[in-house]
Design a protein around this ligand. Structure first.
Ligand SMILES: [Zn+2]
Ligand SMILES: [Zn+2]
Ligand SMILES: [Zn+2]
Length: 205
């Protein structure tokens, strides 16, 4: 245990920023920085909370340095270089703001998730013909065409390209591998042969 005067001394070394932390640790026989920080009290800085005008306190050297840098920036350019709560408002406001921020963020992502779910359900549920008219399908189709460099992936023709669904399992959220770009001729041939194969399999059973 340290006497109150030793604690004051340790704090003044720590907050002077001139003495390396390692030297303070060695000089006072701390095991590590964590142990040192337990006797370090907060350092008030000449900077008021931008929300409640209360004093801002640094808890660690790096916080103090950040505040000092920020203040220097503010004095020079009139703008903050850091937008983090820890550096421009007091501990209690920062707690409150972080909480508000988190709640807003959660509410926003919940709304976004719900909207995505609604969209996806409607894309999956609508008739296929109608699905082909949606903006979603137009985008998916265009990216498939771009990936295939606007060529049939079987015969390289650039005429009358169509985008074939290899599976409908992910309708509304297709993966690139779910789609193949085919010219209308290859597309027709493909569907004929797969129907033939399908029938062949059925006959064999
Ligand atoms: Zn405050
Ligand atoms: Zn083709
Ligand atoms: Zn097809």
């Amino acid at each position: 245990m340290f006497s109150p005067s030793q604690v004051m001394e340790i704090n003044s070394f720590y907050w002077s920023l001139d003495v390396p932390v390692n030297e303070i640790i060695a000089a006072f026989g701390f095991k590590n920085q964590h142990e040192l920080l337990r006797v370090i009290g907060p350092c008030k800085v000449e900077w008021q909370c931008s929300y409640c005008d209360g004093d801002i306190e640094a808890r660690t050297r790096s916080q103090l340095k950040a505040i000092v840098d920020k203040k220097r920036d503010f004095d020079r350019r009139g703008v903050y270089s850091l937008a983090q709560y820890e550096f421009d408002c007091c501990a209690s406001c920062s707690q409150r703001l972080i909480q508000i921020d988190r709640e807003m963020h959660e509410a926003r992502s919940k709304r976004q998730r719900e909207e995505l779910d609604r969209n996806l359900r409607s894309l999956k549920g609508m008739p296929y013909r109608q699905y082909l008219q949606t903006e979603h399908w137009q985008n998916v189709r265009n990216s498939a065409l771009k990936r295939a460099r606007f060529k049939c992936q079987v015969c390289c023709s650039e005429q009358r390209l169509q985008v074939h669904h290899r599976t409908y399992a992910r309708r509304g959220e297709e993966l690139p591998e779910d789609l193949t770009v085919l010219c209308s001729k290859c597309h027709g041939v493909f569907h004929e042969t797969s129907e033939l194969a399908e029938r062949g399999r059925a006959d064999a059973r």
